[in-house]
Design a protein around this ligand. Structure first.
Ligand code: UDP
Length: 481
């Protein structure tokens, strides 16, 4: 065997440049480094700058000789608001402007390892939304694995979009959102029109989201395998449906906890620092330290969701009137338009001072693991759900877009882990749901949440499903060397 042959595989990891996918794929990169792979992490310049500003990204990989970060342009001007309402422009730009650059970087040696040996990439792991990476991998003859960081239940709906359209079920014939959906195998008993990703409501076949996502089954099945952030015990039935289209699936989640375990096992002094693109306000941990056991509802709607001032007020009144303690993340950019400038009414300001705490961005994993937190009011982003499931925290779901509408249905109807508040925004409903989750039905939800949390923990230990799937992934990557 020559020297090149005996070296570990050189893997290129390319996340979709949004908070959720970046978070998951940086963790995957760390996990693969621990398995001895040489990793090149390819980040868009915008994401790289923000990660460097807010995290210790480089120092987390210091111990891995074969690790390097490379950057690529996303093709948008620096001041473009990539998250928020214009985020579809990012997809267009990636496809148009980043694709040729990506191919050039791969073929011109710009992505070779910097370990002195200048080794080319052996294998690519890219976000499945970046379908062009499969084209490029095909063109230059490199094996590729896709990663999807959204929920499998939503991805399965994307896989079924062509069937929904062919069967004539979509576009819907009328606007009854409670009609059951028939063309998503396995979900016939609980899925309604209102639970499909929000963009399906437009009923427009030329909608850019429909165009983007209806090819997911086709795109992802081109890759050698599909890596998913979930675990068999949570998503087994959905995964089995997906295997009819993508036979080789690696459910290796919950990724954040998979990595935490690895860091613990390796006795590394580097904590599982977050990959936040905003500065974390850690003062909320001190505040939580002074609250009683499981008394606080943590409220956060992730990194993209925005709300109007009217919605904010309904939420606020609902929370204050519930009489429960709350920790609320209101990002500086979470208000739609100029709405943030309005004055907060005195009665809710008083209720907040007594029982609430507000931050711009929280260390969420740490917050959810905190003993004072008894529930999570979430927008149902997939990372947030997995983080909550792992920590055994029941949820109230206020989905905003994408997979969140589906996830919230699964939280209530399939997993029994909380309450789905979709399509409502009313202080009385908020008050009732918060009381139900934290007081009235507390035991019932906690029992199920504790059970699922145990399953999530067990799947990551030796012999567990995600542990074994990760070992299989490593073995398969090595086979391409
Ligand atoms: N997050 C965080 N602090 C916050 C809010 C969110 O660290 O105040 C993290 C959270 O832990 C999760 C990610 O941001 O890992 C959000 O991803 P998710 O998939 O839940 O939602 P998205 O932001 O993509 O809508």
């Amino acid at each position: 065997m020559d020297e090149q042959q005996s070296l570990p595989p050189h893997v290129l990891i390319f996340p979709l440049p949004l908070q959720g996918p970046v978070n998951s794929m940086v963790k995957l990169a760390q996990l693969l480094c621990f398995s001895g792979m040489h990793i090149t992490l390819l980040l868009t310049e915008n994401i790289h700058n923000r990660l460097v500003r807010h995290t210790n990204i480089s120092s987390r990989f210091d111990q891995f000789a074969g690790f390097q970060i490379k950057t690529i342009s996303d093709g948008l001007p620096e001041d473009h608001p990539r998250e928020g309402s214009k985020f579809l422009e990012l997809f267009d730009s990636l496809k148009l402007k980043t694709k040729p650059l990506f191919k050039y970087m791969l073929t011109s040696g710009l992505l070779c390892s910097d370990d002195g040996k200048r080794r080319p990439v052996d294998c690519i792991i890219a976000d499945g939304v970046l379908g062009f990476t499969c084209d490029v991998a095909d063109e230059i003859g490199l094996p590729i694995f896709c990663v999807r960081t959204i929920s499998p239940c939503c991805l399965w709906i994307f896989f079924c979009l062509p069937k929904l359209i062919e069967s004539g079920e979509y576009p819907f014939k009328d606007d009854d959102l409670d009609e059951p959906i028939r063309s998503v195998p396995g979900a016939e008993n609980f899925l309604r029109r209102r639970d499909l990703p929000g963009f399906c409501r437009s009923g427009n076949l030329t909608d850019s989201n429909i165009q983007l996502y209806k090819t997911e089954g086709q795109e992802n099945s081109r890759a050698y395998g599909l890596i998913l952030n979930t675990f068999e015990e949570l998503d087994g039935p959905t995964l089995n449906q997906m295997r009819t289209i993508c036979p080789n699936i690696y459910p290796i989640g919950p990724l954040h906890a998979n990595l935490k375990n690895k860091l613990y096992e390796e006795k590394t002094s580097l904590g599982p620092s977050s990959n936040s693109l905003w500065a974390e306000d850690r003062s909320c941990i001190n505040w939580l330290n002074n609250q009683p056991f499981k008394s606080v509802i943590y409220v956060s709607f992730g990194s993209i969701a925005t709300m109007t001032n009217e919605q904010l007020m309904e939420f606020w009144y609902g929370l204050v009137n519930s009489g429960q303690r709350f920790l609320w993340v209101i990002r500086p950019d979470s208000m739609a338009g100029d709405d943030r400038k309005n004055k907060i009414p005195a009665d809710i300001a008083e209720g907040t001072k007594e029982r609430g705490y507000i931050v711009g961005w929280a260390p969420q994993e740490e917050v959810l693991a905190h003993p004072a937190v008894g529930g999570f009011w979430t927008h149902c982003g997939w990372n947030s759900i997995l983080e909550s499931v792992y920590e055994g925290k029941p949820m109230i779901c206020w989905p905003y877009f994408m997979d969140q509408q589906v996830n919230s249905r699964f939280v209530e109807e399939v997993w029994g882990l909380g309450l789905d508040m979709k399509d409502t925004c009313d202080r009385e409903i908020v008050e009732k749901m918060v009381k139900d989750l934290m007081v009235v039905r507390k035991e019932e939800f906690l029992e199920r949440a504790n059970h699922m949390s145990k399953l999530a923990k067990n799947c990551l230990i030796e012999g567990g499903s995600s542990y074994s799937n990760f070992e299989r992934l490593v073995k398969d990557i090595k086979s391409f060397k």
